[in-house]
Design a protein around this ligand. Structure first.
Ligand code: GTP
Ligand code: MG
Length: 420
């Protein structure tokens, strides 16, 4: 595949140019705008969402023969209707204006971020998960098992370091894959991630160009979604209520405001008492049934439906992050510094005190044994020299008396005494 030479003729004619619409979605402060800037550079326009006071950032780039229109959505924590940002995002994500959603996730805050991912999954939109800020995670000596995450979600999950521009263009390659195959996981059914990483850009120009389908609103409609019930179930009672509501929703004609949402998402939102969704339903019977179900569930669990559902999601996320978040072993043996060993031993809660006692005892016995040895030596020196001097000059010699008896002799005798 990578042996093909780029077909510049095809590339330059622009005859295969097609448009892929991308939205960047995720929690606040995860790096969406950095990815957006890396991709779109100076081609950005700022406006407002129609009829709303929420800022809309849009930009574009040409990449591998495609024109990518990219919208940087506001950072949000949920797809409920707590804020204008959430309403704008949710409506846009399910609209025909966008083909592929890139869910930007902060690697250092996996648990909180995946909560939003699970909500996006309920919207059944073509989704690519970008795990950003991998540099920070890796600096903490941690890694993510991307293969395991892809197998759980059956969706592409890619590492990104937005501030260095690492992995951002791979997101677009993945988007092309999705659009071409109209399958969220087409690629991974056949190949490993490693093989995928070695795809050159020529691969997209030459191999795929023949399969290329016209990108249009059908991408979403024809999309084959992974079976998510195995990934996340809200428990028997909640699932039974959702199932019954889904049947009722399917038997009803939905308004244009609702038609884009998957019935399961609508059922969950009805249970959660989402005012925006409720007000769009013409049929009051469905709302009444949902209200009854909500009361029943809250009686059984002793908690409100929001809490029941979100605690199921968090339980699941906990299991997932335990599985995919890896702590890297040190590469090779780290050099052990003697100072570190001393530091470690002397500050140890038990060993520290034992070492202190041993050191004090050591000083004590050193003073006595070394002091005794040294004073013995001086004593011996004094006696030998005294004998020699007295024998040589006589004990009564005045000079000997002054210099040896009073001065040097006294000095040596004094040191010996102190040491003893
Ligand atoms: N170290 C590191 N920092 C990053 C990375 N990506 C983003 N940041 C930093 O994270 C902060 C938030 O980035 P933004 O792009 O503004 O985040 P956002 O998702 O657009 O935030 P909202 O617009 O509030 O939703 C900035 O200070 C970035 O410099 C990354 O890959 N590595
Ligand atoms: Mg931003």
């Amino acid at each position: 595949m990578s042996g093909h030479t780029p077909n510049n003729k095809l590339k330059n004619t622009g005859m295969y140019k097609d448009i892929i619409n991308i939205a960047l979605a995720g929690n606040p402060n995860v790096g969406k705008s950095v990815i957006f800037n890396q991709l779109t550079g100076l081609s950005q326009t700022i406006g407002n969402w129609p009829g709303k006071t929420v800022e809309r950032m849009e930009g574009h780039l040409d990449f591998l023969g495609y024109r990518f229109n990219i919208v940087d959505l506001p950072g949000i924590y949920s797809l409920s209707t707590y804020s204008l940002e959430e309403i704008v995002s949710r409506e846009y994500i399910v609209s025909d204006d966008v083909d592929v959603i890139i869910n930007v996730v902060d690697a250092t805050n996996l648990e909180r971020n995946l909560f939003f991912t699970f909500q996006l999954l309920e919207l059944k939109v073509p989704l690519i998960i970008a795990i950003n800020q991998m540099d920070i995670l890796r600096r903490r000596n941690m890694e993510i098992d991307f293969k395991a995450l892809e197998n759980i979600f059956k969706l592409p999950v890619l590492p990104v370091v937005a501030v260095h521009g690492t992995g951002v263009h791979q997101l677009l390659e993945e988007a092309i894959e999705m659009v071409v195959f109209q399958h969220p996981h087409a690629h991974y059914n056949e190949k490993t991630r490693d093989e995928h990483d070695h795809h050159s850009h020529d691969y997209y120009r030459t191999e795929h160009i023949h399969d290329k389908v016209k990108v249009n609103s059908k991408v979403k409609n024809n999309f084959k979604f992974p079976e998510l019930s195995k990934v996340l179930s809200f428990g028997k009672e909640v699932e039974s209520c959702i199932g019954k509501l889904v049947l009722e929703i399917n038997n009803n004609q939905l308004t244009s405001a609702l038609i884009k949402y998957p019935p399961r998402f609508l059922a969950i939102k009805l249970l959660e008492n989402d005012e925006e969704i409720k007000s769009s339903f013409k049929n009051n019977e469905i709302i009444k049934t949902a209200d009854e179900f909500r009361n029943q569930l809250e009686d059984i669990h002793g908690e409100d439906v929001h809490t029941i559902i979100s605690s199921e999601i968090y339980n699941k996320i906990h299991v997932i992050s335990d599985k995919v978040l890896l702590i890297k072993p040190h590469k090779g043996k780290k050099k052990v510094r003697l100072a570190d060993v001393f530091d470690h031993l002397t500050t140890h809660s038990i060993l520290g005190y034992l070492i202190l006692v041993a050191v004090l005892f050591g000083i004590y016995s050193f003073t006595f044994s070394f002091g005794g040895f040294f004073s013995g030596l001086i004593d011996e020196l004094y006696t030998t020299w005294s004998e020699f001097i007295y024998n040589s000059f006589g004990e009564e010699n005045l000079i000997v008396k002054i210099f040896w008896g009073g001065g040097l002799g006294g000095f040596l005798g004094g040191i010996g005494g102190v040491l003893v």
